[in-house]
Ligand binder design. Sequence first.
Ligand code: ACO
Length: 328
Amino acid sequence: MRACIAGWGSAVPEGRLTNADLEARVETSDEWIVERTGIRERRVATEDETTASLAIAAGAAAIKSAGITPEEVDQLVVATATPEQPIPHTGAFVGDGLGLRCGSFDMNVGCAGFIYGLVAGAALLQAGNLRHVLVIGAETLSRIVDPRDRGTCILFGDGAAAVVLAPTGDDGPGILGWDTGCDGSATGLLGIPAGGSRLPATSDTIDEGLQFIKMQGQEVFRRAVRAVVDSANLALERAGITAGDIDWFIPHQANLRIIEAAANRLGIDRERTIVNIERFGNTSAASIPLAMTEAADAGRLTDGDLILISGFGAGMSWGSAVLRWGRA
Ligand code: ACO
């Protein structure tokens, strides 16, 4: 049995944060941001919008698109680095909002989270003979970005996107191969220092801004290209195909230069690479499904297409998957 994508949906806040808005806040320029990252604007949640509310909207759209009812979802996976709150897990809020009573868990693997969630969801579907697994990537990164840190505040945005996994036959569409990995010696490159057991939040940690994301951008950049290329090649090999066979490369949207460098090294041209970073920035675990659902809604993905998705992020962690597009 294989797991295919039987439905999809997305939800992004209406609020937009443009490069011009950022120019008024920190010492930066539209020209610098576009040249170094490819980003022109990001979506930003209002006070009333949260990771769970965006995830619920995306999940409901995916359930509708799959033509099923919430009762037919047997497992929920929410990939997020910006949970609703530390306890309980975001999946509990999302499941309640969607009217689910099935099991749920969160996948906190930064920007690689959606791929981990997809792979775990597919494995559960296969092992448990489940009817459907709902996998959602959802983030409100605007809540964890230091508005004064120009190295990070220009990058991140909010949004959510979801897919419904359903079983298909051995030769049907679905996930053909995948790879996940993590080099935990690089935990210091990207993260939120305070608020966990290592450094519980205190008024001092708040004063020092340690509740915000800290990143060594250049080093993350350097490792990201290598991680994406090596991981993508492993997933392709396991799927028994090469980059030349790929119809669409849907990479994590972190930086246009990372996307272009990775695609170039993989030998995948720009026409086959899906990019929407200019309008959403880096939405972490939501970025790959957001780009995928947008391409699907635009009719760019055709049944039978071979798709390569690949992401990397905090950890440093990474993951890739090859799938054949199409419903059961
Ligand atoms: N505007 C203007 N100048 C800036 C800005 C800005 N917003 N940010 C940094 N600079 C300056 C720096 O201070 C530096 O100035 P200096 O030379 O006088 O010291 C200069 O620009 C170059 O800085 P770099 O950090 O070398 O710039 P770089 O080209 O590497 O771009 C960036 C920075 C965009 C952050 C890039 O490193 C990057 O995208 N890294 C990867 C980030 C990423 O992909 N993260 C993904 C994981 S996220 C997750 O898992 C949640």
